[in-house]
Design a protein around this ligand. Sequence first.
Ligand code: SF4
Length: 479
Amino acid sequence: MTSDTLRPDAFRDECGVFGIFGDSEAANLAYLGLHALQHRGQEGAGIAASDGRLIRASRGRGLVGDVFGGQELANLTGNMAIGHVRYSTSGEASLRNVQPFVVRYRDGQLAVAHNGNIVNATQLRDELEAEGSIFATSSDTEVILHLIAGSTQETFINRLVDALLRVEGAYSLVLMTENTMVAVRDPWGFRPLVLGKRGDAWVVASETCALGLMGAELVREVAPGEMVIVDGDGEQSLRPFPRRPRRACVFEHIYFARPDSTVFGRPVYDTRIGLGKLLSEEHPIEADVVIPVPDSGVPGALGYSQESGIPYGLGLMRSHYVGRTFIEPSQQIRDFGVKLKLSPIKSVIAGKRVVVVDDSLVRGTTLRKVVRMLRDHGATEIHLRITAPPTVGSCYYGVDTPTRDELIATRMGVEGICEYLNADSLGYLSIASLRRSEGEDAGRFCEACFTGDYPIDPVPEGARKQMPLFVEDSPTEKA
Ligand code: SF4
């Protein structure tokens, strides 16, 4: 399990994407790649593979290991594959939400895996429907497919460019025809995407941890606005879109990405250690022990401990065996949720003044329970430290977030939140310190959920989320 199942009130990344071209074990390697990206989405997983003539796909709800536990991979033959892990943002874990989507249009088959959110999807859909398009789903990714199919350009690549020129928003896409793989990142560069090589095979993935697992070398980040095309003639790069200021999602560094990844050119672990150090400088406190909210708070707590000199301790144990069935059980059982997932180690916290480091504070429901648990087990003081600024805005660029009203920092100030959480003190990292951590890239990140400064104008609240597809009927599907 990953941090989101532990903390249902946290921000959730929506998806991870993967692609490989030029390896006879393509589907098996995609399976490994998706395992490494599992933290980016646990509602469903899918792989599409091509043998040069036909694209076959398999996808299902649940974790990668559950979806591909049987004969599914054996049917996915060919030397090219793309894969996807996702969250449902609609609250319904619909199978039809699970990508890659595979369609057949006048030029043959096309498979697509998308991480991001198309901000003008509703408007584009209205236009397409007015022109006669019939939509099978309400997904923003399907809008891209319709735009490709409807383009009057002559080649697939030109049709793809034509389509994406009409799209505003966040996309790290991996697409596949029967014989070509394309990786493309929006001009703002909101979501990560890297290019690697494994022997003669080309690999693309949301994060470098997927490359490391299979022994692939990182070649480089796919640049914002870049389109990488891989086919039998090799790899080529295009920059077909108007340039935009880079706005990589700073939350990838704070929370989403795996600590062993390098994202946007920076090691995530080192970045989080640095955030903890800056937090200690900014909000020092006299205390006996620094503990993380595991797992995602660990590097920040280590950094805080290193900078402050206060010993680090593992004051909370996390159960990695709590399945998704415990995420939204009945109200009666839900109250046990945090206890199921986190258990205090009394010898670390009893009689101690405890600094608790976490990487974000969204609704505050989990931390409130953590504070109560620590007090019940003898902590004498609890000082909360958050390695991010107060979260005051929803995300429109591919992250599943609560509405603005649900964010605790929009309803009360630091003192009020501290009181609500029943902590002795509360300190957030400031925007200034966050920018210090960004070094020479300061100002080149999206920080909109902390500042309200949105790079692309958000759509109205009711239409903000990645649009859900229609409700699903069966637990698995072969396409
Ligand atoms: S609004 Fe927040 S979560 Fe969304 S892309 Fe910007 S920094 Fe990332």
